[in-house]
Design a protein around this ligand. Structure first.
Ligand SMILES: NC(=O)C1=CN([C@@H]2O[C@H](COP(=O)(O)OP(=O)(O)OC[C@H]3O[C@@H](n4cnc5c(N)ncnc54)[C@H](O)[C@@H]3O)[C@@H](O)[C@H]2O)C=CC1
Ligand SMILES: O=C(O)CCC(=O)C(=O)O
Length: 411
């Protein structure tokens, strides 16, 4: 992976779209800059009685359209600029998907694999204590991201509610059902990725059935995307995780691969695979659809030159560098930008927040149908902007639409 600063990538993406908008230099700078960032050091007791210090961040990028909203990542590579970029992408994601929220993001510099569940709970509760004055149902609403899920969201909710002496499940989303979570939230990111891909295939007059698909990353976003596209009749020929990639000539069975990963810790070694690949080989397979679902900068300029997929649906945030984007534009690869393709997570988080506030819960079918409808509507809205305003890519179209919505709200 190339070392490209994700915050620079965000700024470049905004600059490219701003050329098509009527915006002053000052307005533009504001649209590229976070409003505030919490940087804190969490001193946490380990199981052996020692103390370790963990750096943690929460960036509140822009709240013009509603409360700041975005996930919390646990990863050793978390840093200030990454959190800034991720929080900015949230602003334009909530705007492009037209949910009344702003953008934020947080993270802790930690590799959760190195800590016990009890240590992770203390780390999470320490962070939640720091976050409590900043978050709230109408202020800032965190959610899961890489290496966090329902368990961490429940801990944060519980810590917040104890400190504030209240019952307010809508302070955080991505909780489990018994703590006020929504049906469909776990699957939502992968679902929007494949719904957007299905629409893109329709746009290109291609069939999803029997289409070949490669998925990079087999966590929440990647494995669900693999399962759902397989259920639509596509052949999932390759998947990967941080240990490597596997290839199956006809198709892999995503549920079976997931079970194997659960038992062994990785997709690598899956007995029904025909071949093992490197992650780079996976990314450059000649497939109909590529789904990057791991981390930023997975596809740099040199990998982009060898990409053979017709469509890329970005489940990850920022998987394609701006230079790689230029290459893919020249090769006519249709890229569905992250801020739409993976928006399912935040859209269903929004549904969760609405349900928490109304204390009225929806069926899984209702959640999935409303999510599908929203992604379809916004996909074609972007196609319309792309074609009718003669924009260079769907990504630029997404930023043009999203920036205009944020500008209008801020006036
Ligand atoms: N969880 C959510 O609701 C949302 C997640 N996303 C984005 O989706 C991406 C993945 O997030 P999650 O699935 O939630 O995380 P996760 O922690 O569940 O899974 C991440 C996966 O990526 C793999 N991975 C890490 N480095 C890799 C590499 N170099 N090559 C191949 N695989 C690698 C890991 O092994 C793991 O399988 C991130 O960019 C995240 O920001 C976006 C929207 C919402
Ligand atoms: O569900 C949410 O609020 C945000 C999820 C997230 O962090 C993302 O979309 O990148």
């Amino acid at each position: 992976m190339t070392e490209v600063n994700p915050y620079s990538s965000l700024r470049t993406q905004i600059d490219e779209a701003a050329e098509y908008l009527d915006v002053t230099a000052g307005q533009l700078e504001r649209l590229k800059t976070p409003e505030r960032i919490l940087e804190t050091n969490l001193a946490v007791e380990m199981d052996d009685g020692s103390t370790e210090v963990f750096r943690a961040y929460r960036s509140q990028f822009n709240g013009d359209r509603g409360p700041y909203k975005g996930g919390i990542r646990y990863h050793p590579a978390v840093d200030r600029d990454e959190v800034k970029a991720l929080s900015g992408w949230m602003v334009y994601k909530t705007a492009v998907s037209d949910v009344p929220l702003g953008g934020g993001k947080g993270g802790i510099v930690v590799d959760p694999r190195d800590y016990s569940a009890a240590e992770l709970e203390r780390i999470t509760r320490a962070f939640a204590t720091e976050l409590t004055p900043l978050i709230g149902v109408d202020r800032d609403i965190p959610a899961p991201d890489v290496n966090t899920g329902q368990r961490e969201m429940n801990w944060i909710k519980d810590t917040y509610e104890r400190i504030e002496n209240t019952t307010e499940p809508g302070v955080i989303t991505g909780k489990d059902l018994s703590s006020g979570g929504s049906e469909g939230r776990v699957e939502a990111t992968g679902r929007s990725t494949v719904v957007a891909a299905r629409e893109a295939f329709d746009y290109l007059d291609k069939d999803v059935e029997h289409a070949t698909v490669a998925v990079q990353g087999y966590g929440n976003a990647g494995w669900i995307a693999a399962r759902l596209i397989y259920e639509m009749g596509a052949n999932v020929v390759a998947v990967s995780d941080s240990s490597g990639a596997i290839y199956g000539e006809d198709t892999l069975d995503p549920v079976d691969v997931k079970e194997y990963k659960r038992e062994t810790g990785s997709v690598v070694g899956y007995p029904d695979a025909d071949q093992e690949l490197t992650n780079e080989e996976l990314l450059t397979l000649d497939v109909d659809l590529l789904i990057p679902a791991a981390l930023e900068n997975a596809i740099d300029e040199s990998i982009a030159q060898n990409i053979a997929a017709d469509v890329i649906s970005e489940a990850a945030n920022g998987p394609i560098t701006p230079e790689a984007d230029d290459v893919l534009r020249e090769t006519d690869t249709l890229v569905i930008p992250d801020i739409l393709a993976n928006a399912g997570g935040v859209v269903v988080s929004y549904f969760e927040w609405v349900q928490n506030r109304q204390r009225f819960y929806w069926s899984k079918d209702r959640v999935n149908e409303e999510l599908d409808e929203k992604i379809v509507e916004q996909f074609w809205n972007l196609v319309d902007a792309y074609e009718n305003r003669d924009l260079p890519s769907l990504r630029t179209a997404a930023y043009v639409v999203a920036l205009q919505r944020v500008i209008d709200a801020g006036e």
